[in-house]
Write a protein that binds this ligand. Structure first.
Ligand code: SAM
Length: 232
C-alpha cells in the first residue's frame, strides 16, 4: 500500500479499528489470541527494548509492557498519525511511561535507534509498499542475538476450509470499508511478495521458524539475528 493510502485509509479507520478488529479477528476468526503466541516467540524480553513495527492503535502493548517491565521499553512505529493518536490515548490511559511512539515508514525506520533487542510486527508487513526493504530495515536495527517475530497473512485467501469460500465476501468488505487496496488482496501478488520477503529473512537470519494459522492463510515467522563472531 502506498504511503499516501496508508495515511488516508488508516487515519480514517483509526477510531473504529479496535472495535472492528475485536469483532472480526477476535470473535469471528478467533485469531486475536495468537498475539500472545507471537509475543512468546520473542523469548525473555524483561528489561529489553522491543520495536513494534506498524503498531497501529497499540493492540500488542498490553502484552508487551508487562513483559518488558519497568526497565524495558516498547517503541511503536506507524505511518498513520490517526492510528498513533489512538495508541497515544491508550498509553496515557494506562499510565505507561516506557512506551515511545514514532511516526515513520516501516521501509525506512529513520527515527528508530539501532540496536533494539527484539522486533515484533503483527498484520502490517504484508501491506508495506516495499516488504523486502521493511524486513531489511527491521533486521538492520535488531542487535546480534535479538529475536524477530512477524505475524501476517502471506496469502490473500486460506488454502482450505469454509473460510476459503467466504473470502470473496471478506475481501469485498475490506475494500468497501476503504482499508485494504485491491492490490493488497491479490493472492498471486501477495505470495510473490512474501516469497521474496522470506528470502530476505532467510539470508540475513540463517534459519527461519514458521507456523501457519487460519487454515493456511496466515503465517508466524520468527528467527534470531546471528551473533557477531568473536575474533581470535
Ligand atoms: C492492520 S493494521 C495492524 C495494526 C497493529 N499491528 C495490530 O496488530 O492491530 C496495519 C498497520 O500498519 C500500518 N502501516 C502500513 N504501512 C506502513 C508503513 N509503510 N510504515 C509504517 N506503518 C505502516 C498502518 O498504518 C496500520 O496501523
Amino acid at each position: 500500500m502506498r504511503l499516501d493510502q496508508v495515511q488516508r485509509n488508516y487515519d480514517r479507520a483509526a477510531r473504529h479499528y479496535d472495535t472492528w478488529t475485536q469483532l472480526v479477528f477476535g470473535r469471528l476468526l478467533d485469531i486475536e489470541r495468537l498475539r500472545e503466541d507471537a509475543i512468546e516467540l520473542l523469548g525473555d524480553i524483561d528489561g529489553k527494548v522491543v520495536l513494534d513495527v506498524g503498531c497501529g492503535t497499540g493492540r500488542n502493548f498490553p502484552l508487551l509492557v508487562p513483559r518488558v517491565g519497568p526497565k524495558g521499553q516498547v517503541i511503536g512505529v506507524d505511518y498513520s498519525r490517526g492510528m498513533l493518536d489512538e495508541a497515544r490515548a491508550l498509553v496515557v490511559q494506562r499510565g505507561w511511561e516506557n512506551v515511545e511512539l514514532m511516526h515513520d515508514d516501516a521501509a525506512e525506520l529513520a527515527t528508530v535507534p539501532a540496536a533494539v533487542d527484539a522486533v515484533i510486527s503483527v498484520w502490517c508487513m504484508g501491506i508495506v509498499h516495499d516488504l523486502d526493504a521493511a524486513l531489511g530495515r527491521a533486521l538492520d536495527v535488531l542487535r546480534p542475538g535479538g529475536r524477530i517475530v512477524i505475524m501476517d497473512f502471506d496469502r490473500a485467501r486460506p488454502d482450505r476450509g469454509c473460510l476459503r469460500w467466504l473470502y470473496p465476501v471478506y475481501s469485498r468488505l475490506l475494500r468497501w470499508a476503504g482499508i485494504d487496496s485491491a492490490e493488497d488482496l491479490d493472492d498471486d501478488r501477495l505470495r510473490a511478495k512474501w516469497k521474496s520477503g522470506r528470502g530476505v529473512l532467510q539470508r540475513r537470519l540463517g534459519s527461519l521458524e514458521e507456523e501457519r494459522y487460519l487454515s493456511g492463510g496466515g503465517v508466524i515467522l520468527s528467527g534470531t539475528a546471528p551473533r557477531l563472531e568473536k575474533r581470535p
